[in-house]
Design a binder for this molecule. Structure first.
Ligand code: BG6
Length: 478
């Protein structure tokens, strides 16, 4: 890291800060990626004394050893809190005074503003920061978190307003999936292996499935969630980012602009999603009646048709991918927690063998990170029977002593290093919204009724038919 930063977390009393931002900052501090003189100032509307703030910061930090405990107590000495409104210059001037005091003692010459805020206050806060806390000659970085708008128009409006205050170079738009180890692994798997790289196209691949499953429902986030729905919450960002990394051409270099140029090129040749290529669901009560349905959440408006599950098929119109369906699936309150990418190859031609399964490369993003290849093998014995088997690279057995970093640690460190490769560029965001905005409008108008599925089930009825219709084959049967 080139500069010594002062980190200011705006929205410090909120959930995101407590669950992700502070634990990530602590992880970086503990492992000495963060300069040991870095000060962290929390800012939010809630009034809190230092002790309460420290409790809030530590709540989700895992302490396993005496060393962790000592590091945490050192870390907390670097953290302070100030309450203030999000649109009052006066309050931001008090913050400025605090930053300057910190700079005097630590010698910091750069500022990182982390906005862990609801979208309604993005612009007021950015405006206040620009006016009161922006100093010529002081390196300034701004981390922002989704939602970046609700559709193409609102995203453009937000980009324009933010762009008038901070330069693209100063802005870091987080999509935390880009910080996940297996997502970062995609470029290496593809571009550092001849055996994968050479078959990574429509001539060999039949279809690609990118799946996100969660066991939890909306649990108190119903108010936020209902306005957005699962497509805006997960598919338009996390899954689409994975898709671009799976599909893009090799970049000229690993430099941020080269990588992002290739991602944008992919997005620009994906036409908007058609109504026939979408399947929606909303969870109801669990079969035993113990888990509540989405509509039982008191923060969800009565009769809401907001989807908590969605499957959608996208096509990429270019030489490499023309005709290959990319099926994105995501849902809450399902039977398991899992994110994976499944690349399914075409059938073997000829009729030498019967009862074959297709080859698949599966990249399990979480949990239990793994890459495995499904392939046909001879069943051991005297016959010539085929059997589907796995070449399995499970991280827990191959890399058992390495620690997989948290996505947020990786991304905050990137921002401190001024590396934009794993952040969303403005034109990328624009291209992403173009793909989803028409179908979201149709859904928002209530034109598609979500199919109800039981909490804890595999999702709405019809999912298997949907993926089969878009090319996926279940393969060898007993
Ligand atoms: C967030 C969504 O962006 O990602 C949440 O808003 C979702 O609804 C979360 O639960 C999933 O992230 P992870 O890292 O737990 O897979």
């Amino acid at each position: 890291v080139k500069h010594l930063y002062t980190v200011v977390v705006l929205g410090a009393s909120g959930d995101l800060a407590k669950k992700k931002t502070f634990p990530a900052l602590f992880g970086l501090y503990k492992n000495k990626y963060l300069d040991q003189k870095t000060h962290i100032i929390g800012y939010a509307r809630t009034k809190m004394d230092q002790a309460t703030f420290e409790g809030h910061v530590s709540k989700y930090i895992k302490i396993k050893t005496e060393e962790d405990k000592a590091a945490l107590s050192q870390f907390l000495k670097l953290c302070s809190y100030q309450d203030g409104q999000y649109d009052k210059d006066q309050d931001f001037q008090v913050l400025e005074k605090e930053i300057q005091d910190v700079e005097k003692t630590s010698g910091a010459t750069a500022r990182l503003f982390y906005m862990a805020l609801p979208p309604s206050v993005f612009i007021p806060v950015a405006t206040s920061l620009k006016k009161n806390n922006y100093r010529k000659g002081v390196v300034t970085r701004l981390i922002v978190e989704k939602p970046f708008g609700m559709d193409l128009d609102s995203s453009r409006k937000l980009a324009k307003e933010l762009g008038a205050l901070f330069t693209e170079e100063e802005i870091y738009r987080i999509d935390h999936y880009l910080g996940k180890e297996m997502v970062k692994n995609l470029m290496i798997l593809r571009f550092a292996n001849v055996i994968f790289g050479s078959v990574w196209n429509r001539h060999s691949i039949d279809n690609i499935q990118i799946t996100f499953k969660e066991k939890i429902g909306t649990e108190g986030r119903g108010g936020y969630f209902d306005e957005f729905g699962i497509i805006r919450d997960v598919m338009q960002n996390h899954l689409l980012q994975i898709l671009t990394l799976v599909a893009m051409e090799p970049p000229v270099s690993l430099g941020a602009e080269d990588v992002r140029d290739e991602k944008v090129k992919v997005l620009r040749v994906i036409p908007p999603i058609e109504k026939e290529d979408v399947l929606l669901g909303q969870y109801g009560k669990s079969v035993d009646g113990k888990e509540p349905g989405y509509l039982d959440d008191k923060t969800v408006p009565k009769g809401s048709k907001t989807p908590t599950y969605a499957a959608a098929t996208l096509y990429i119109h270019n030489e490499r991918w023309s005709g290959v369906p990319f099926v994105l699936k995501c849902g809450k309150a399902l039977d398991q927690q899992k994110t994976e990418i499944r690349i399914q190859f075409k059938d073997v031609s000829g009729s030498l063998f019967t009862n074959l399964s297709r080859n698949e490369i599966v990249i399990r993003v979480q949990p239990n990170e793994a890459v495995y290849v499904k392939m046909m093998n001879k069943e051991p014995g005297l016959g010539m029977k085929t059997i589907i088997s796995d070449l399995d690279l499970s991280y827990s057995s191959r890399f058992n002593d390495s620690v997989i970093p948290e996505a947020y640690e990786s991304l905050i460190l990137d921002a401190l290093n001024e590396d934009h490769s794993n952040f969303v560029r403005d034109d990328e965001l624009d291209a992403a919204w173009k793909i989803f905005t028409p179908i979201l409008k149709t859904i928002d108008q209530g034109e598609i009724d979500p199919t109800v599925y039981a909490f804890g089930s595999r999702g709405p009825e019809g999912v298997s038919e949907f993926v089969a219709k878009h090319g996926y084959s279940r393969g060898q049967q007993e």
